[in-house]
Design a protein around this ligand. Structure first.
Ligand SMILES: CC(C)(COP(=O)(O)OP(=O)(O)OC[C@H]1O[C@@H](n2cnc3c(N)ncnc32)[C@H](O)[C@@H]1OP(=O)(O)O)[C@@H](O)C(=O)NCCC(=O)NCCS
Length: 175
């Protein structure tokens, strides 16, 4: 039986999501008050309003979150595309299919909105994120748009249809 629930986040979740990201920044040794962290929280509020933040809960507690931006939120992303901006799962709940389930929930939502392509970027040395994305069928592409990243990042994409057809959510969340 599956032990996590996936849903769209609301404003009442903002504190718990913020804590989740603060813990991740701590895990990554990013100093508190860093500009990137402040920018992230600002973006999160806008994504929440748009229904572009999905969360996973286990026993009523936040276990993971994933969010995206699209053309409705910013002109940095072309029409028909969603760009994943963050994915984080509480360390104790990793490798249980939670991020995969969040990805599939976002894909279903995007499909409903007529978004045909999902893109994202991550550091080339982020083994976990790359493992997650490659396993779902994402492939590398050459990003020449205004999404402001560094050479250390890799851009990946997938057709929304392909992701929704894959359906691995909850596949191994038995413990
Ligand atoms: C990346 C992250 C969100 C993955 O979450 P998760 O819930 O553990 O992912 P899943 O359980 O759905 O993993 C699916 C598949 O991805 C791959 N994968 C996940 N973590 C991996 C790791 N540490 N090393 C190698 N492959 C990994 C595996 O193929 C895994 O399937 P398997 O467990 O059957 O082998 C999580 O590790 C995390 O929060 N990391 C810190 C934040 C981060 O780096 N976010 C992404 C960039 S912003």
């Amino acid at each position: 039986m599956r032990k996590h629930d996936i849903r769209t986040a609301t404003r009442t979740d903002i504190e718990a999501i913020s804590r989740l990201y603060e813990n991740l920044l701590h895990e990554w040794n990013v100093p508190p008050g860093d500009d990137a962290a402040r920018g992230y929280l600002h973006l999160l509020e806008r994504q929440l309003e748009q229904g572009a933040v999905f969360i996973a809960e286990r026993d009523g507690t936040l276990a993971g979150a994933m969010s995206y931006i699209d053309a409705a939120l910013t002109q940095l992303v072309p029409e028909g595309r969603a760009h994943l901006t963050s994915a984080v799962v509480v360390p104790a709940h990793r490798r249980r299919g939670i991020a995969s389930a969040l990805l599939h929930a976002i894909a279903s939502n995007c499909r409903r909105l007529g978004i045909r392509r999902i893109t994202t970027d991550c550091a080339r040395d982020n083994t976990a994120a790359l493992g997650l994305l490659m396993r779902q069928g994402f492939r590398e592409y050459d990003e020449t748009s205004r999404l402001n990243q560094t050479p250390a990042d890799i851009f990946l994409e997938i057709d929304t249809e392909m992701l929704t057809a894959g359906g691995q959510d909850g596949r191994k969340d038995q413990n």
